[in-house]
Design a protein around this ligand. Structure first.
Ligand code: COA
Ligand code: AMP
Length: 637
């Protein structure tokens, strides 16, 4: 079948506002207007100004009203607890209405912020939808972040409430969330008025009288009373959520997602990019704490009338590397979306794909990968094993949906390993040099997107408009700076080569080395430090920290290095996967004092490098090589 991609992309280029107005027909609006885009509003304009809608209505109520009452909306499959549950659209709506009533009883309403700190349980999805129903703005914090990170988000979002589960479960350990929440509230200047805690049997939380409430009990009471909570109309430009993501400092960026444009973009993507029909089962094996989880575990599948899967487990070890195939076969999943690292983990355990043959995957149609570079080797292995298209696609927390991909719904384009394919409608992707000049085809440079960004992308940062300009708009006037570097080839295919800032990607998780350096620098014995991302066969990248100790410190280095590893785990969280701290006498620098992190990374990754012309003392690079050798980094596989 020939692809309709070229004509679709051209129809967007010819009439961008008409294109998105037509796409908006998939959404039920409370009121609309003739204006699709207001260029004068916000840093670069706003989509669907003065249109009114409600995301929860579009995800649940309208499907119940139109006959999807009994269709599963959400399948919970938790190999880590051995539990499974199915929620029909009717049942999920009832639960969400009950939780909305509980939130309203706590005085939460339109525009109030609510932090959600939960593992992969159905109540996390209910909490997000309940906020959307009453016009509250949710901010989900990933469970692998520590109390300090939670405190930073509490201070920035100033939530009225926190919705949490009593614990999360990782292989071999139960993580009690409540002590982390209590510590975060203690550290934060802003104090939320209440905590609504879902008790889990693996570790029940003790509740502080007056502030904390048993969310499950309150919800059950609201449901028994048959409480009704209508969907609150909000403006399309009102925020649906804030999602914090790593920036170049310890202060994360609060990415704002608006309500209307987000729905329009996600609905378009389900049909045209993912090639999914309403009623089918779509599974994003991610976490609700990440953007992939927001968009493709919660909102997009439900907007599109699909069944979504909430999976509480890991690709390996819960119980084995066949769990993805078991879930696909058991729940008739047609498409899976995950990060390449999950496939690297599966391949390591089951290189010949023996576990795949145990399951009937006949209805499985496509695998979508994003979040980090999809290495051609892993993509080829997945293609050989699964015999379905393996679609790499590129996007960011900021965009909220795919920027460059292979639109299966418009007809698959030829796949080039190593490239996520072509820009989606809405994205005019270009490659510029550092001075902002267009680069010739096939030349590596800064990947930028011509403004305005399409519906679904961030309109600004929460409470930080100046930072929005500084981080994304100022360097290349008229363009959004992605902070990725890449190449566009003669067929218009993009390849993503690296980040241009200090962000690294560890097991598909976006982390800032700058934030880790800030933590290391707080250690009493550390004079200066540098954290780099070194390549890792499983996780893609791993953080590796170098520290120079203050003069006069004569404790054993191993002892200090252990403390530093513990410090990052305590301050940022286990998700940082910071396990390598190396003491060195000096850091390599330019004569103007800039640490040569790039050269250190090249040494650690066995890449050839040119001696930087401006290096202060070349001998320091030999010292770094020796230190890496001593710590076993240079002979890692
Ligand atoms: N709550 C608490 N701790 C968490 C957590 C959570 N929600 N998620 C991860 N952690 C912990 C892990 O237990 C681990 O702790 P440890 O240092 O004590 O072992 C640490 O954070 C690092 O986690 P991770 O980097 O994920 O490594 P892992 O060894 O647990 O798992 C993979 C490796 C590849 C199996 C796993 O990273 C994975 O499934 N990745 C998929 C990627 C993904 O979902 N990306 C989202 C974007 S699409
Ligand atoms: P996040 O905001 O966590 O989604 O991370 C976004 C970053 O992950 C991007 O800026 C890229 O650096 C990287 N990334 C995401 N998807 C891809 C992909 N398909 N190929 C290469 N890098 C990717």
């Amino acid at each position: 079948m020939s692809s309709r991609y070229a004509e679709t992309y051209k129809s967007w280029q010819d009439d961008p506002f008409g294109f998105w107005k037509a796409a908006a027909a998939k959404i039920d609006w409370i009121s609309t207007s003739d204006q699709v885009f207001d260029p004068a509003d916000g840093p670069y304009g706003r989509w669907f100004p003065d249109w009114e809608c409600n995301t929860c209505y579009n995800c649940l109520d309208r499907h119940v009203e139109r006959g999807r009452t009994g269709q599963p909306a959400l399948i919970y499959d938790s190999p880590i607890t051995g539990k499974k549950a199915v929620y029909s659209y009717r049942k999920l709506l009832d639960k969400v209405v009950a939780l909305s009533a509980v939130l309203q009883d706590q005085g939460i309403g339109k525009g109030d912020r609510v932090i959600i700190y939960m593992p992969m349980v159905p109540e996390a999805v209910m909490a997000m939808l309940a906020c959307a129903r009453i016009g509250a703005i949710h901010s989900v914090v990933f469970g692998g972040f520590a109390a300090h990170e939670l405190a930073t988000r509490i201070n920035d979002a100033t939530p009225k409430a926190i919705i949490a589960a009593s614990c999360g479960i990782e292989p071999g350990r139960v993580i009690a969330y409540k002590p982390l929440i209590d510590a975060a509230i203690e550290q934060a200047e802003h104090k939320p008025e209440c905590c609504l805690v879902f008790q889990r049997e693996q570790s029940e939380a003790s509740l502080i009288e007056g502030r904390d409430h048993d969310a499950g009990a309150l919800m059950a009471a609201a449901e028994a009373e048959g409480r009704e909570v209508p969907c609150v109309p909000v403006k399309a430009t009102d925020p649906l959520y804030i999602l914090y993501t790593s920036g170049t400092t310890g202060q994360p960026k609060g990415v704002v997602r608006d309500t209307g444009g987000h729905m329009v973009a996600l609905a378009w993507s389900m049909a045209n990019l993912y090639d999914i029909q309403p009623g089918e089962v779509f599974w994003a094996a991610s976490d609700v704490g990440w953007v992939v989880g927001h968009s493709y575990i919660v909102y997009a599948p439900l907007l599109h009338g699909c069944t979504t899967v909430v999976f509480e487990g890991k690709p390996v070890g819960t119980p084995d590397a066949g769990v993805f195939w078991r879930v696909i076969a058991e729940h008739s999943v047609v498409s899976l979306f995950t990060a390449p690292t999950a496939f690297r983990a599966i391949r390591k355990e089951d290189p010949e794909g023996k576990l795949i043959s145990k399951y009937d995957l006949s209805q499985f149609r496509a695998l979508f990968l994003a979040g980090e570079r999809a290495d051609p080797d892993t993509v080829q292995w997945a293609a050989d094993q699964l015999r379905v298209p393996i679609v790499d696609h590129w996007w960011q927390t900021e965009s909220g949906w795919c920027m460059v991909g292979n639109p299966l719904g418009l007809g698959k384009l030829p796949i080039k390993p190593g490239s996520p394919t072509v820009p989606m409608p809405g994205y005019d992707v270009q490659i510029l040099d550092d001075a902002g000049h267009p680069l010739p085809q096939g030349t590596l440079g800064n990947i930028v997107v011509k403004l305005p960004l399409p519906p679904g992308c961030l309109p600004t940062l929460w409470n930080a408009e100046k930072r929005f300009f500084d981080a994304y708009l100022n360097d290349f006037p008229g363009y959004y700076k992605t902070s990725d570097a890449g190449i566009i080839d003669a067929d218009g295919y993009l390849s993503i080569m690296s980040r241009t800032d200090d962000i690294i990607n560890v097991a598909g998780h976006r982390l800032s080395t700058g934030a880790m350096e800030e933590v290391l620098a707080t250690h009493k014995d550390v004079a200066e430090c540098a954290v780099i991302g070194i390549s890792d066969q499983l996780k893609g990248q791993l953080p590796c920290g170098f520290v120079v100790l203050k003069s006069g410190v004569n404790r054993p280095h191993e002892e200090i290095e252990k403390e530093l590893v513990g410090l990052v785990r305590n301050q940022i969280g286990p998700v940082a996967a910071f396990k390598i701290a190396i003491t060195v006498d000096r850091l390599p620098k330019t004569r103007s004092g800039k640490i040569l992190r790039g050269t250190m990374r090249q040494i650690a990754d066995h890449e050839s490098y040119k001696m930087p012309a401006t290096i202060d003392d070349p001998a320091i690079l030999d010292e770094i090589t020796q230190a890496l050798e001593l710590h076993g980094i240079l002979n890692r596989v």
